[in-house]
Design a protein around this ligand. Structure first.
Ligand code: UDP
Length: 337
């Protein structure tokens, strides 16, 4: 359904809807009959990835321009993805992260208040927990981010909680663990530049192997001396389509529920880096050459979600397996290479 034709349906403002998780969520919203307007500055997102949604190129750090661009529009809710999302980059350029992620969010929350939009879904991260103090983390874990990216997410969660207390904002922060996978049937996948994430790097190393110099083609494994069964880091990989579904459920939740809430989105199952490589080998049928590098700064050994609260509040349970994640990502990388 095109956005112009979706009259009468709920109209959702999706910031950062041209990015990885944002574009998948936009597609799902459109499929479910929502009218969607994407606001994205296209600094890292892609115009091609918003499909039939309306796209307004605008930076949240320009509140006057934003309010002008959205004048006369009437939104029922906001899903806020826009922001920078690389941990390493945030350590090198902290002010850029506070500017984009905190100032941008502040302006958006203020816009919501001015425009009378009281339903707000925020794209947060497990990075708010910092170094995990338990193998499996629930939402009561202390908020102690260890890098500016995680700090910026925690600050926005605080702004939303205080705005919910002071005004009538209904907000939910979704704390993602490791988003992965793709929606190849819609031409959507993970297209970061540079790519820092494990699964796309494993798959890209296969595609590069044919025409790159051997050193470039090798996948780097950051550390094999962690206190885990095989020495490599364990993460909770969750399919981006399952994440997108959680946002739609979260929209329904904030419609009915006052206050502010934070919810983990993960599968509750961890996989090591070597297990990921093994699954990629099984799915692609190819050997994956890798070299062991020193640990990457800021990587905890194990990060796995307790996802019970998402089940209780959002009726959300991830449906897709690690094999689904890798199969969909592999299909998309082959299509887009
Ligand atoms: N990793 C790796 N090689 C890569 C990219 C990532 O060994 O090319 C490791 C990384 O050190 C971490 C895990 O894979 O232990 C997941 O990293 P990713 O960047 O995908 O997600 P993060 O958990 O950092 O958000």
């Amino acid at each position: 359904m095109k956005w112009e034709e979706a009259l009468g349906s709920e109209h959702i403002l999706v910031t950062g809807g041209a990015g990885y998780i944002g574009s998948h969520t936009t597609q799902l919203l459109l499929d479910q009959g929502y009218q969607v307007t994407v606001v994205d500055n296209l600094s890292t997102g892609h115009a091609w990835s918003v499909g039939d949604a309306e796209l307004i190129q605008c930076d949240l750090r320009e509140p006057v321009v934003l309010a002008g661009a959205l004048r006369k529009k009437s939104f029922t809710g906001i899903i806020h993805f826009a922001g920078l999302s690389q941990v390493g980059e945030s350590i090198a350029q902290p002010l850029s992260y506070f500017d984009n992620n905190v100032t941008g969010s502040l302006n958006l929350i203020d816009y919501a208040a001015q425009a009378g939009i009281d339903q707000f879904v925020f794209s947060s991260s497990a990075a708010v927990y910092g170094n995990p103090r338990a193998a499996v983390i629930d939402e009561t874990h202390v908020i102690a981010p260890i890098n500016p990216y995680g700090m910026s997410k925690a600050m926005v969660e605080t702004m939303l909680a205080e705005s919910a207390r002071a005004n009538d904002l209904r907000a939910i922060a979704l704390r993602y663990f490791n988003a992965a996978g793709a929606m190849p049937s819609c031409g959507l996948g993970e297209a970061h530049d540079p790519e820092t994430h494990l699964i796309p790097n494993v798959l890209k190393s296969l595609l590069l192997a044919a025409d790159a110099s051997p050193g470039d083609a090798y996948l780097k494994v950051f550390g094999d001396d962690y206190e885990t069964p095989d020495g490599t880091c364990i993460r909770d990989y969750v399919h981006v389509t399952d994440l997108a579904q959680a946002h739609v459920s979260a929209l329904r939740y904030v419609k009915d529920t006052a206050g502010a809430q934070a919810v983990n989105l993960g599968t509750g199952r961890g996989h090591s880096v070597l297990e990921i490589i093994d699954t990629c080998q099984q799915v692609t049928g190819k050997d994956i050459a890798h070299i062991i590098e020193p640990r990457r700064a800021g990587d905890p050994a194990v990060l796995v979600a307790d996802n019970k609260l998402a089940g209780e509040l959002l009726d959300w349970r991830p449906q897709r397996t690690l094999t689904d994640i890798v199969s969909d990502a592999w299909q998309w990388h082959q299509m887009s290479s």
